[in-house]
Design a protein around this ligand. Structure first.
Ligand code: NAP
Length: 269
């Protein structure tokens, strides 16, 4: 069967030139460039570019496998080097590939009135902040009230997103084979009157977490990966591990902990 592919680019000169070369090489191998229904999506740029590719094709996760090529520094999703693309193209065009799946986050924003809700999938995280003062949210876990959070906001991340914003907030790095998600605080208010747990929480797949504003008229900034919107009249923000997963086409071994090491410790031995 002919394989269909799409390539997204960061849009800078280097990424666009690499994309043009890859499109030509893959067509030379009789693969079909199909932006609408690709079997393989190749993102060229950085992890930010990869997030955009994920959101462009997140309606067909079951049919699509992703590959990330980086044109800047090593990424967590964009982990192929520009020098490796000839090898990568031959693998993509000629060989059946193994698929590695990573968990995603399912976010539902429920309004105060009506039953309609907005649903999102996040590859890295969702974060909740406010434009008007302290964020106050009642945190419910598995239907029970856990705490009233007061502070700058909360970050709910996937295991593969745990190396991004979550890490900067003091969260743990989670291996993406763990079907889980993590809740981290942003500058919580803790004194004799107000109290939060203070530690990041790691929740399993079957535990739903709901964040309920105490004042519905308040404006919240909700960011899903790299996209931010303002909301008010929110009844709850429901978070759980998504049923869907992202699928990566795997052609060589590049273990997660090696990527963590090379990104944050050193890329020499
Ligand atoms: P950006 O502000 O331009 O870049 C954020 C940085 O995070 C980039 O260096 C990006 O890598 C890196 N990154 C993205 N996903 C990552 C991952 N899973 N593990 C490790 N690093 C990762 O924003 P953007 O490019 O649109 O990306 C949005 C992401 O920025 C959000 O999902 C959030 O995780 C992250 N963020 C981080 C902080 C922080 O660390 N204080 C604050 C806000 C948002 P590339 O350079 O390869 O693109």
């Amino acid at each position: 069967m002919t394989k269909k592919f799409a390539i997204t680019s960061k849009g800078d000169h280097k990424s666009d030139a690499l994309k043009a070369r890859m499109v030509q090489y893959l067509k030379d191998f009789n693969m079909v460039y199909d932006k609408k229904t690709p079997d393989i999506v190749i993102s060229v740029g950085g992890d930010g570019t990869f997030l955009e590719a994920f959101h462009t094709y997140n309606h067909r996760l079951a049919e699509t496998a992703f590959i990330g090529v980086h044109t800047g520094h090593l990424g967590f999703y964009a982990d192929w080097l520009p020098e490796e693309i000839e090898k990568l193209i031959i693998e993509v065009a000629k060989n059946p590939f193994e698929v590695v799946e990573y968990p995603l986050l399912d976010i539902k924003i429920h309004p105060v009135e009506g039953d309609d809700y907005q649903q999102f999938l996040a590859l890295n995280e969702a974060s909740v902040k406010s434009t008007d003062g302290t964020v106050v949210l009642d945190v419910h876990i598995k239907g029970s009230h856990f705490e009233r959070f007061r502070g700058d906001g909360l970050c709910i991340s996937t295991p593969s997103g745990s190396t991004a914003y979550n890490k900067a907030l003091g969260g743990a790095i989670l291996h993406p084979s763990l079907e889980s998600y993590q809740l981290t605080e942003m500058a919580s208010i803790n004194n004799r009157v107000f109290r939060t747990i203070g530690s990041p929480l790691i929740l399993p797949k079957h535990h739903v977490c709901e964040l309920k504003p105490t004042r519905v008229e308040k404006n919240f900034l909700i960011t899903i990966d790299h996209r931010t919107n303002t909301y008010n009249n929110i009844k709850s923000i429901e978070c759980r591990v998504a049923d869907q997963k992202i699928r990566f086409a795997r052609f060589r071994s590049f273990p997660f902990w090696k990527r963590v090491h090379d990104s944050f410790i050193s890329d020499d031995r």
